[in-house]
Design a binder for this molecule. Structure first.
Ligand code: FES
Length: 137
């Protein structure tokens, strides 16, 4: 699995999302309360840009008359027809076995481990032999 650096941490504060294309795939990366999640930006229903929809919560009921609102800001609602998906897993709540959005792992890495840069100078080996400096090409 190839690693892709997509933003500095400061560019993606909690509640923010960033749209990008990686290897030809439309993807959005979300910061949900300090955790990062990547999701395919294509709805499995009719192909809308799913990740442009509003972030909502999940209303669940264990018994009649009792509604619990959980996962606040962790559910994305498709802007076209309102299907809802869990950003953490890509799971659909309308038909979890048939519909799922591809989820991509995202995390924070220290800059030193990712900022090698594309600019690498050619190096040569230099050593001292008796009184002469020798370069090896
Ligand atoms: S295209 Fe997303 S719900 Fe229809």
């Amino acid at each position: 699995m190839a690693r892709h650096v997509i933003a500095a941490v400061d560019e993606l504060p909690p509640g923010a999302r960033k749209f990008l294309e990686i290897d030809g795939r439309p993807i959005a990366v979300f910061n949900i309360k300090g955790e990062y999640f990547g999701l395919m930006n294509r709805c499995p229903h009719q192909g809308a840009a799913l990740c442009e929809g509003p972030l909502i919560g999940l209303a669940q009921s264990r018994e009649p008359g009792e509604i619990e609102y959980t996962k606040l800001g962790e559910i994305i609602r498709c802007p076209w027809h309102g299907w809802e998906f869990d950003i953490r897993t890509g799971q659909s709540y309308c038909d979890p076995r048939r519909f799922r959005v591809k989820a991509y792992p995202a995390h924070v890495e220290p800059g030193a481990s990712v900022v090698k840069g594309p600019y690498v100078a050619e190096t040569v080996t230099v050593k001292v032999e008796s009184n002469y400096v020798v370069v090896e090409l």
